[in-house]
Design a protein around this ligand. Structure first.
Ligand code: DGT
Ligand code: MG
Length: 606
């Protein structure tokens, strides 16, 4: 234990009447970039290693730290203290991001809220998991790693046993990260995020520390600067320092009323609470980013061809990120920073538009752009650029940016027929399904699955990629294979993973796509014409074996796999129709009069 950082006296302000119900773990990867590089090249393990970005060593392995190499040291200074320092360029963040995502995914497997903080830190709220474990026999459990300080009292709320269990869970998590990913980590365990984070680096590397609420305030008083508190930023620090509040102990000692003279009442209370180690901010489950973008800044670019080059390079890098993300983008934003040479000022402008999901395919969870898709994206980008810049006049840009701002999400509503039929968004249709009454965003997003479809959004520039205003279409393969009797009887168990085409069927679909492409070379067909063409195509596909009650365009296997009530609804509707090939006029009428009938999902269309 590091005695310099320890103050074993319990806080005089510790109030035993307070409950400490939460159990929070903070995990930080040791010398993150350096570990990733050492995994890639194990020879680096035995040498002092620095990760270089521009002229700075952003981090180093613990071997190099022994020589005095510190984070963000100038390369020249680092080489002075450690002449044998091996430097690896760390400007390409790709592998660090990939490792970061793997850690996050791994931590999700405990089914607790996980909040990602930067690339190598995560908070995990294990409160519920601890409660579950408490129900089992939890006698004589010990704390792995370090306990900041032995308790002087047994907190009546029962937090000690809970934090002991949490520290065991933290140990399991760290072990899994090491076993599965080869990375060593540190962890902090406490009843709140603030203390979990701040106690985490107390025993570095590859160790963990637990702190009880009783010692929160005394631990905080050991922190030399108020700036060490995560939610106190530069401006607040400067304001505090200007009032001679420098260390956390200063902040603890200054009366609340005095702080209220400098800050708002809420802020003053928050500052005082933080200084005492009190924090009730929740662990917020992190999701995937709402947009994925890249920017490139430079001195000045005033020629269109140069702008195009910049965008081409950005797009290539962005497509790699999107590939890893695994979602299909459906909206693209272009950003420019324009320099006003007369006013010596600059400002940003953006334009975005929706893009067709058919520009992308998904394979094994990874998204890639289709052949020709990149060119199509470039032409969309340059069209947006032309809208932002008046090319008849000189322009000066200092930044270009590209971002995919919306992504296709799968509809997961309970009642969604999609759940029974959908699997791979990239595959094409045997059974075309139209949903022109659904206005929910999620199902709209789904629509981008088909090459003929696109989402309608409130984007500023939707005309760049023309799309039908309505209906929003959903097209996918509805082919079901190899289901057991139980699976058929219980639609909820239907395995979407088995809804795929075999290669022969794919050939058939490709043929059909080619046919329909040929047809699309003729002047744009009316909706009615489109529909009948699709019906013909569907009839082509149905290779006999059509069930008695179904029209020929319906796949018997798929139909049989539907829940009984859906089957009955469909059968009743087909019975009411004089011609089971779904006449156009009646289809349209049905769409109008009964917007929510299942039949809508089976309306064939292009
Ligand atoms: P640790 O946690 O003390 O064992 O060492 P690291 O390297 O994990 O440091 P940490 O957790 O503060 O930051 C994670 C990674 O983020 C680190 O490996 C490199 C990068 N990084 C940290 N600070 C900076 C910085 O000031 N600038 C840049 N560009 N990258 C940084
Ligand atoms: Mg770290």
């Amino acid at each position: 234990m590091d005695d310099r950082n320890m103050d074993t006296s319990s806080s005089p302000s510790f109030d035993v009447s307070h409950d400490h119900p939460k159990s929070i773990i903070h995990i930080d990867i040791d010398c993150f970039y350096a570990q990733v590089e050492m995994l890639k090249n194990p020879e680096l393990r035995s040498q002092p290693l620095g990760i270089q970005q521009k002229n700075i060593v952003v981090t180093s392995n613990y071997e190099a730290r022994k020589f005095g190499v510190t984070k963000c040291m100038l390369v020249t200074d680092a080489l002075k203290v450690c002449p044998n320092l091996k430097l690896v360029n760390g400007e390409d963040l790709h592998d660090y991001r990939a490792a970061s995502n793997k850690i996050f995914l791994l931590l999700q497997s405990w089914k607790c809220p996980v909040e990602k903080l930067g690339m190598d830190e995560n908070f995990i709220d294990v409160t519920n998991l601890v409660q579950e474990k408490l129900k089992t026999n939890m006698d004589n459990i010990t704390i792995p790693g370090h306990l900041y300080s032995e308790p002087s009292i047994d907190c009546p709320c029962g937090c000690h046993i809970r934090l002991k269990i949490a520290s065991q869970i933290a140990n399991e998590m760290r072990k899994r990260i090491y076993d599965d990913l080869g990375l060593t980590t540190c962890a902090g365990i406490s009843h709140n995020k603030l203390l979990a984070k701040l106690i985490c680096p107390l025993h570095k590397p590859n160790d963990q520390t637990t702190i009880y609420p009783e010692h929160g305030s005394s631990f905080m008083s050991t922190l030399p600067s108020v700036r060490t508190i995560p939610s106190i930023g530069t401006k607040t620090t400067e304001a505090l320092i200007s009032h001679k509040i420098i260390s956390v102990r200063d902040l603890q000692e200054v009366p609340l009323d005095v702080i209220k003279e400098y800050f708002s009442s809420d802020m003053a209370v928050r500052l005082k609470n933080l200084s005492m180690g009190e924090d009730n901010t929740p662990v917020r489950q992190s999701g995937r980013p709402q947009s994925i973008g890249l920017e490139d800044s430079f001195k000045t670019v005033s020629v269109k061809s140069e702008v195009e080059e910049k965008f081409t390079a950005l797009l290539q890098r962005l497509l790699i990120l999107v590939g890893e993300d695994g979602r299909i983008p459906v909206s693209l934003r272009v950003t420019l920073r324009k320099k006003d040479v007369k006013r010596l000022s600059s400002h940003r402008e953006s334009r975005q538009c929706q893009i067709s999901s058919s520009l992308f395919t998904i394979n094994s969870g990874s998204v890639s752009v289709t052949e020709g898709g990149q060119q199509k994206l470039m032409s969309i980008i340059m069209r947006l650029f032309n809208k932002l810049i008046d090319l008849t006049k000189p322009f000066h840009l200092t930044l270009v940016g590209l971002a995919f701002t919306k992504f296709q999400e799968r509809m997961t509503g309970r009642g969604s027929i999609v759940n029974y039929l959908m699997n791979d968004l990239s595959v094409q249709s045997v059974l075309n399904i139209t949903n022109d009454c659904d206005t929910s965003a999620s199902s709209m997003d789904y629509s981008a699955a088909s090459p003929s479809s696109s989402t309608t959004t409130d984007l500023s520039d939707a005309e760049v990629e023309p799309s039908p205003k309505k209906p929003k279409k959903v097209t996918w393969i509805a082919k079901r294979r190899c289901l057991s009797r139980e699976d058929v009887a219980s639609p909820s168990k239907l395995k979407v993973g088995e809804l795929r085409l075999n290669s022969r069927e794919l050939e058939k679909v490709s043929e059909l796509r080619l046919n329909s492409r040929d047809k699309s070379l003729t002047p744009r067909a009316s909706p009615a014409r489109d529909m009948s063409e699709t019906s013909d195509n569907l009839r082509d596909i149905a290779e006999g074996g059509v069930c008695d009650d179904c029209p020929s365009y319906v796949d018997k296997d798929v139909f049989n796999a539907l829940p009984e009530e859906m089957k009955n609804e469909l059968k009743a509707m087909w019975k009411n129709s004089s011609n089971s090939e779904m006449p156009r006029a009646s289809t349209r009428n049905m769409n109008k009069s009964k917007p929510n009938t299942l039949l809508k999902y089976f309306v064939p269309q292009k």
